[in-house]
Design a protein around this ligand. Sequence first.
Ligand SMILES: Nc1ncnc2c1ncn2[C@@H]1O[C@H](COP(=O)(O)OP(=O)(O)OP(=O)(O)O)[C@@H](O)[C@H]1O
Ligand SMILES: [Zn+2]
Length: 586
Amino acid sequence: MLKKRKMILFVLLVFVLMISISIYFQIDNKDYKSVSYKKFIDYVEKGNVETVYLSNSSKIKGKLIDGTYFITDNPRSESFKESLLTKGINVEEIEQNTAIMNLLTLLLVLVSFGLIGYFLSKNTDKQAQREMAYMSSIESDFSNIRTITFDDVAGNEEAKESLRELVDFIKNPEKYEKYGARMPRGVLLYGLPGTGKTLLAKALAGEANVPYFAVTGSDFIQVYAGLGASRIRSLFKKARQAGKCVIFIDEIDALGKKRSGNVSGGNDESDRTLNALLTEMSGFKGNEGIVVIAATNRIDILDEALLRPGRFDRQIEVGLPDVNARYKILRLHSRNKPLDKNVDLKKVAYQTVYFSGAKLENLMNESAMIAAKNNQKTIKMEHIDKAFYTVIAGEEKKDKSTISLKDKRVTAYHEVGHALVTKLIAPENRVTKVTIIPSTRGAGGFSMNIPPNSMYQSKEDIIKNIKISLGGRAAEEIIFGKNKVTTGASNDLQKATKMALLLISRFGMEESAGLVSYETLLGNKLGSNDFIIKKTRDLLEKLYRETLELLKNNTELLEKISKHLICNETINEEELNLLISPETLS
Ligand SMILES: Nc1ncnc2c1ncn2[C@@H]1O[C@H](COP(=O)(O)OP(=O)(O)OP(=O)(O)O)[C@@H](O)[C@H]1O
Ligand SMILES: [Zn+2]
């Protein structure tokens, strides 16, 4: 109520202020022509004057018959008015009024400005106070001690393994110090939403049995100047007072976005907050047993300053769960729920491709609600089926969880195409993982480590890499036909084209084009040169044909691995090597 009245008063004030300003500027905004007194008398004699505005000031104003306004010296004589009147000229005495009006409006303007300023400053104080209060309420959370452990996180084995090392560091920092080991101060967890990043941070605190402090990056953006930085400082102060602890900063991208080239584009306030954070982090002595965990969905937009050594130098991807992990997560979240015997969680796991952990949790929760609403003793398969549609309803079409089995097959053959070509033509390269689960790094799920131990790339290496890039499209064409190939290869084609172009125009490796550095000759016109385009095209064509041939000769293997991938969604290095090993070939 009080707030509403204040609001009305405020609006009224602004209104009055605006009116006064307009009055102030409207008075006397006419264009006055300055004339000499002699000329003025001349006008009077000729009967050209319509009105004279009498005043006490040194000048008087008036209006001629033709409408022009004039200003001239004031004679200040007693008979002046009378003489004008006898000549049939209107005389108006308005001067006193105008002066007072002027003064009054000026005063009003000043007072209104003052009041508005007062209101604003008062409100700002309140807002700042509120935010400060909010801050202290979200910062610390001691309740998590020992309540959440790694057992509460299903799947994400690599991430858990990485964090497990930190548990010992938090518990015994002295041990590491003795060996002169510099332990990571900051760990960055990155991955799609709902994949369990927050959960992992809490579990780390739980495992190490230390308090957990959490803030969210986006909370800092609307904050008044300087508040963000001081918030960071007080957060770290609190954390230090608590001794060993885990500090969790969610949505770190809100604080540490890449500075977009031009300096003016950056946001000063978030810069200041980020700098405060970096300063605090470099202030650690290393033996304090404090670990800062940050999380983001967008590692690609993070400022590099954040990722430098001594900051968030350990980066862990938290990915979407594959079918096995989904099964574990589903089991975990039905621990406290009465599941019917007819429920097959394996089947549910299989149906929930591209579901995040959070979504799976949501699915089990919805199922329980439906069962409860229908007064059923147990949660049945039909409840889960119903919940499935509730969970995916209203989601954007492009959401991965609604992708059909057909898409899943296309992705599988495409990725296996890359992997198989790699294994067949460049077995010295490691394929560490093949997956159809998209990650933050890209839609494709094929990761390859090129042996790093050579300084130069040979022509052969480049040719191989081009073929590996083309392997995805080639596999699609072989399995689904020429007209069914998909847009999934666009990135691959980009890469292949770039490599082919360099091979011809920079490295002089294409015999029919010679040793000429076309890059030097043509500069940025390279891409519009017909000869270069033709050479690049011919090379890609030839290599694509060879890649097709290679995969056609190994269709059985392609089928076998792809089917395995469709079933399991990920294949790790060992499994892949086993599937391809010579025994299976024969
Ligand atoms: N691997 C997992 N195992 C068990 N539960 C999980 C897992 N991943 C997510 N969940 C469930 O989903 C909930 C939300 O996950 P969490 O908040 O940790 O995700 P997040 O990655 O931090 O998401 P965001 O990026 O949106 O902040 C968890 O509280 C948990 O119930
Ligand atoms: Zn591809």
